[in-house]
Design a protein around this ligand. Structure first.
Ligand code: ADP
Ligand code: MG
Length: 592
C-alpha cells in the first residue's frame, strides 16, 4: 500500500485511544474540566459501569454559546495559548483533546450556560459528527452526557471489564478528586444508588472519613497544614495530609495516595518515601495507609509527560523525596504507640515520692544484662530528664520518648512490669531486646561494621543448595553485619566469625536462619539486604519469652530501651510496651 495521510476520523480514533481508555478515563476528564471551570459542586452519574452512560454535572463557569462548537474540536482549549505556558501548568487540563476524543467514540451531549448569558446551549456529537447545535435552558454550569462509549470501536469495547469492575475504577477516580478538592462537593451515583458523597466543606479530614470509613480515619493522623486554604506552591516542596498510625497497615502499597498541586500522581519513588518513613514501625511486608498532598512551584515539575497526566517529572526529585519522608516520619514518630495526645497525667504523688522513686531507679543502675556485659548503659538521666527524639537526616523534633522507668518485676517470664511517672508500663522483653540490639547494630554498621566474634576454629557449614546461591551473592553484606564467611566447596562455607551478639550460638544454625530470612519476602538489594540481615540477627539474639530474668537484667534492659531512639516498637513494628496511664488505672478502679 502507498503511504497516505489517514482520514481525520481514523486519526481521531487512534488519538482517542490514548486519552479515553475506559469509562473511568471519561469520568476523569470530565471532572477535570468541571474543576478547571471553578465548579464547587460536581455530580457524577453512571449506568452499567459507565458503558451505558457517564454524566457529569457541574456549577462552573459554563461555556459561552459561540465557543461551544470549539470545545469538542481537537487541540481546542481555553487553558493555554502559547508553548511557553507548558512550562508552568496550573490547570488540570491543557491538551484540548479530551472532549474531542470522547466525542469521537461515543454520543456526547454537552449542555451548558455561561454565567453571563441568559440561555444555554446544547451540542450533540456522535462518533465525531455534529448532530445538533441549539439553544437550550440550563442552570449556570455544564452537563456532559456520554452514552454508548466505544460504540464505533468494538476492539476497544472488547478490552473492557464487566460493569462492576469499571464502576469500581470510576469510584476510585472520583475518590481521588474528592481527596484533592475537599472544598468541592462530589456525588457519585451508580445505577441510581449514591455511592459517594462529600460535603465540600473544605475539611480534608471529613473526606478521609468518607473515603476510608470512620474506623480507619480514626487511626490516621494529620500532618502539615491540613486546614484550607492550603499552602501556595513555592520553590520548596510543602507536604501535608493524613497518615496511618503504625497499627494501621495493609498488604500492598495501593493505600498510599499522592497529590501534587491537587493533581493525583503516580510516583513509585514517593510511595517508597512514605514506606520508608515507617521503617521499623510496620511489620515486614505491610504498608501504610496515607493521603499525601504536595505543593510545588509548577516550574519545578513537568506534568506533560504522559497523556493521562498521572506521571510527573520533578526538577529535583530528591528534595521532594526527603520532604515527604520527613513529614510523614515526623507525624508517626509523634504517635508511635505509647505516646498519648492528652496532657500527661501523673500518679498522685505523696511528698518526697519523686526522690524516693528516683533513688530506687538509681539503685538498680548497674547494667548486668548477660548479652551486653561489656556495654556501658550510659549515665543515668537526671530527674525530669527525657530522652531526645531521634533525629533523622537533619530533621529535628525534640520531644520525649520514654520517661525514667522503675522496674517492678516480671510476669509470665515474658513481660517486665515497670512504673513511670505517668502510669504503668508492661514491656515485652523479647521485643524490647530486639529493639535495643537493632539500634546497637545499626549504629555499629553506620560506623563501619557490626562487631564480630571470631570463632576459635573456623566451622564448615553446609547450607541447602537453594540457599547456597544467596550466601555467595551476599558475602559482602554478610561481612558488613559481622559474618566472616568464605566459600569452601559446593554448598559449603567456612564460617570464621559471627556477629558478636550471637557468640556462643551454633554457627550453622545462625547462618542458615539468617540466609533463610533473605529468601523470604520481596527481593531486595543494597542496604536493604543488610537491614534485613540485622533484623534477623536481632531476632535470633534477643532474649526469648519464657526466660526468667533477674532484677538486674531487667533493669539493664529497661535502661537500654530508654536510650533507644524508637523505643516503642520492635524492628518488625510490633509494640515493645503497653502503657496504662495513671488516669486509666484510676478509672478502672472506679476512683473517678
Ligand atoms: P482541555 O481541558 O485540555 O482544555 P477539553 O477537550 O477537555 O480540553 O476541553 C476543551 C475546552 O472546553 C476547555 O478548554 C474549556 O474551555 C471547555 N470546557 C470543557 N468542559 C467544560 C466545563 N465543564 N465547564 C466549562 N468549560 C468547559
Ligand atoms: Mg479537559
Amino acid at each position: 500500500m502507498p503511504i497516505r495521510i489517514l482520514p481525520p476520523d481514523v486519526a481521531d480514533k487512534i488519538a482517542a485511544g490514548e486519552v479515553v481508555e475506559r469509562p473511568a478515563s471519561v469520568v476523569k476528564e470530565l471532572i477535570e474540566n468541571a474543576l478547571d471551570a471553578g465548579a464547587t459542586v460536581v455530580r457524577v452519574e453512571i449506568r452499567e459501569g459507565g458503558l451505558r452512560l457517564v454524566k457529569v454535572v457541574d456549577n462552573g463557569s459554563g461555556i459561552p454559546h459561540d465557543e461551544v462548537p470549539l470545545a469538542v474540536q481537537r487541540h481546542a482549549t481555553s487553558k493555554i495559548t502559547r508553548a511557553e505556558d507548558l512550562v508552568a501548568i496550573r490547570t488540570l487540563g491543557f491538551r484540548g483533546e479530551a472532549l474531542a476524543s470522547i466525542a469521537s467514540v461515543s454520543r456526547l451531549t454537552l449542555t451548558t450556560r455561561y454565567r453571563d448569558e441568559e440561555v444555554g446551549t446544547r451540542l450533540v456529537v456522535e462518533g465525531g459528527r455534529r448532530l445538533r447545535l441549539e439553544r437550550a435552558p440550563h442552570p449556570a454550569g455544564t452537563t456532559v452526557m456520554v452514552e454508548h462509549l466505544f460504540f464505533n470501536t468494538p476492539a476497544r469495547r472488547k478490552f473492557l471489564k464487566k460493569p462492576p469492575t469499571e464502576a469500581g475504577r470510576i469510584h476510585q477516580v472520583v475518590t481521588r478528586y474528592a481527596l484533592a478538592y475537599p472544598d468541592v462537593r462530589f456525588t457519585l451515583v451508580s445505577d441510581g444508588r449514591t455511592v459517594l458523597q462529600t460535603s465540600g466543606n473544605g475539611c480534608l479530614g471529613d473526606v478521609v472519613a468518607v473515603v476510608f470509613g470512620h474506623e480507619v480515619a480514626r487511626e490516621m493522623v494529620p500532618f502539615g497544614q491540613v486546614e484550607m486554604p492550603w499552602p501556595e506552591p513555592g520553590p520548596t516542596p510543602q507536604v501535608w495530609g493524613f497518615t496511618g498510625k503504625p497499627n494501621l497497615h495493609r498488604a500492598n502499597r495501593q493505600h498510599i495516595i499522592l497529590f501534587l498541586n491537587r493533581r493525583w500522581i503516580h510516583d513509585r519513588a514517593l510511595v517508597q518515601a512514605v514506606v520508608q518513613a515507617y521503617h521499623t514501625f510496620l511489620p515486614v511486608g505491610r504498608y501504610p495507609v496515607a493521603v499525601v498532598h504536595m505543593a510545588l512551584d509548577p516550574h519545578l515539575v513537568d506534568v506533560n509527560v504522559h497523556p493521562t497526566k498521572a506521571e510527573v517529572r520533578f526538577r529535583d526529585p530528591r528534595a521532594v523525596f526527603h520532604a515527604v519522608q520527613k513529614a510523614v516520619r515526623a507525624a508517626i514518630v509523634d504517635v508511635a504507640p505509647v505516646r498519648r495526645a492528652e496532657p500527661d497525667i501523673t500518679w498522685a504523688q505523696p511528698p518526697g515520692w519523686a526522690e524516693r522513686r528516683r533513688s530506687l531507679v538509681e539503685a538498680g543502675q548497674q547494667p548486668a544484662f548477660p548479652l551486653t556485659t561489656d556495654e556501658e548503659a550510659g549515665p543515668l538521666p537526671k530527674p525530669g530528664d527525657t530522652t531526645e527524639v531521634w533525629t533523622e537526616q537533619g530533621s529535628e523534633k525534640p520531644g520525649r520518648l520514654l520517661p525514667l522507668l522503675r522496674v517492678v518485676g516480671q510476669v509470665g517470664a515474658a513481660y517486665i512490669v515497670a512504673e513511670g511517672p505517668d502510669g504503668l508500663y508492661l514491656i515485652d522483653q523479647h521485643a524490647a531486646h530486639e529493639r535495643v540490639l537493632y539500634e546497637k547494630l545499626m549504629a555499629e554498621r553506620a560506623q563501619g561494621a557490626v562487631a564480630a566474634q571470631h570463632l576459635l576454629e573456623p566451622v564448615p557449614v553446609t547450607v541447602d543448595s537453594e540457599l547456597a546461591g544467596l550466601v555467595a551473592e551476599h558475602l559482602d553484606a554478610l561481612l558488613a553485619v559481622g559474618f566472616e564467611i568464605e566459600p569452601f566447596g559446593k554448598d559449603t562455607y567456612l564460617v570464621r566469625a559471627v556477629p558478636a551478639v550471637l557468640s556462643g550460638q551454633d554457627p550453622a544454625r545462625i547462618v542458615e536462619e539468617v540466609v533463610r530470612g533473605l529468601a523470604e519476602g520481596e527481593d531486595i538489594t543494597g542496604k536493604a539486604v543488610e537491614d534485613r540481615l540485622i533484623t534477623t540477627i536481632c531476632k535470633r539474639a534477643a532474649v526469648k519469652a519464657g526466660q526468667v530474668l533477674s532484677d538486674q537484667e531487667m533493669r539493664a534492659l529497661v535502661r537500654e530501651l530508654e536510650a533507644c531512639n524508637t523505643p516503642h516498637t520492635c524492628p518488625h513494628g510490633r509494640p515493645t510496651m503497653i502503657h496504662i496511664t495513671a488516669e486509666r488505672l484510676a478509672a478502672m478502679f472506679g476512683r473517678g
